[in-house]
Design a protein around this ligand. Structure first.
Ligand SMILES: O=P(O)(O)OC[C@H]1O[C@H](OP(=O)(O)OP(=O)(O)O)[C@H](O)[C@@H]1O
Ligand SMILES: Nc1ncnc2[nH]cnc12
Length: 193
C-alpha cells in the first residue's frame, strides 16, 4: 500500500522544536523522486475530476505540494504568506496561536469571489494554520472545495477546526507517540532549544 511505502520516508526527530514534540521530517520523502510522485498523486486523487480553479497554500512547506497539485488538477497556484512578503494589495487574517498571534495574507486578486479553491499543506496538527487559511479565503468569498494534507496528526484535533470543509490526508498518525505531544501542548513553554 502506498501509504506504508510513504511512511518509511518520513523521519521522526524527537524533541524538535521543543521537548516532547516529535517532528515529522518530510525531507527524505521530498528527496526521493518516486516517493514525491506517490505523495503528490495521493494528495490529488480525491479531488481529481472536481472543478478546481485554484490551489492555495501557506508558506513554506505547503508550497512544496501545492504547485504540483495545481498542475495535476489543471488549476492555478495562489500563495498565502506571512506579512510583508507579498508585493501587491493584500487581504489579511490575524489569528491567535497557543502563545501569541500570527497573520497570513493573500493578494486581493489571488482568489476571486466564487472561485473553487483547494487548500493544501504538508501536515495538519492543531489546525491553526489551515483554519486561518480557510478564514482568509472566506473573506475573499472563495468557494472552498476542501483541504488536502500529506500528514494528519489525528489526536491533535485539527480536523475539528476545519468544519464544514472536507479534508483528506494520506498518512494518519494516531498512535501513542502523540501522547507526549498532547501533554506538551497543555503545559507552559520550556526553555528554547
Ligand atoms: O496544524 P498546525 O498546528 O497549524 O501545524 C501545521 C503547520 O505547521 C507547519 O508549518 P510551520 O508553521 O512550521 O511553517 P513552515 O511550513 O514554514 O515550516 C506545517 O507546514 C503546517 O503549515
Ligand atoms: N510534529 C510536527 N512535525 C512537523 N511539522 C509540524 N508542524 C506542526 N507540528 C509538526
Amino acid at each position: 500500500m502506498n501509504a506504508d511505502i510513504l511512511r518509511r520516508f518520513v523521519r521522526d526527530i524527537p524533541d524538535l522544536p521543543k521537548p516532547g514534540i516529535l517532528f515529522r521530517d518530510i525531507t527524505p520523502l521530498l528527496a526521493d523522486p518516486e516517493a514525491l510522485k506517490l505523495a503528490v498523486d495521493a494528495m490529488a486523487a480525491p479531488f481529481a475530476g472536481k472543478e478546481i480553479d485554484v490551489v492555495a497554500a501557506a508558506e513554506a512547506r505547503g508550497f512544496i505540494f501545492a504547485a504540483p497539485l495545481a498542475l495535476r488538477l489543471g488549476a492555478g497556484f495562489v500563495p498565502i504568506r506571512k506579512p510583508g512578503k507579498l508585493p501587491f494589495d493584500r487581504n489579511s487574517f490575524r489569528y491567535e496561536l497557543e502563545y501569541g498571534a500570527d497573520e497570513l495574507e493573500v493578494h486581493v486578486d489571488g482568489v476571486s469571489k466564487g472561485e473553487n479553491v483547494l487548500l493544501v499543506d504538508d501536515l495538519l496538527a492543531t489546525g491553526g494554520t489551515m483554519e486561518a487559511c480557510c478564514r482568509l479565503l472566506e473573506q475573499c468569498e472563495a468557494n472552498i472545495i476542501g483541504c488536502s494534507f500529506l500528514i494528519h496528526l489525528v489526536p491533535l484535533g485539527g480536523q475539528d477546526r476545519l468544519n464544514p470543509y472536507t479534508s483528506h490526508s494520506v498518512l494518519r498518525y494516531d498512535d501513542d507517540e502523540l501522547e507526549s505531544e498532547l501533554s506538551v501542548q497543555n503545559r507552559e513553554p520550556g526553555p528554547a532549544v
